[in-house]
Design a protein around this ligand. Structure first.
Ligand SMILES: [Zn+2]
Length: 60
């Protein structure tokens, strides 16, 4: 068991990943205006109702 630190080390790595995915404190929400489904950022057509009316909000 040389150098094994248990779950603590992986927890630190997970925190770092999370921080890199969320720069500053902005949260971008992208959703369909027709049906309200949240879609991935960069999506231009709703996967649920095929609407191209996609709205993007930035929440601070
Ligand atoms: Zn939709």
């Amino acid at each position: 068991m040389l150098g094994v630190r248990g779950p603590g080390a992986s927890g630190v790595i997970a925190m770092g990943l999370l921080a890199s995915l969320v720069p500053d404190r902005e949260t971008v929400v992208v959703e369909c205006r027709r049906c309200g489904t949240t879609v991935d950022r960069g999506t231009s057509v709703c996967s649920v109702c095929d609407s191209e009316d996609i709205a993007e909000y930035t929440i601070r």
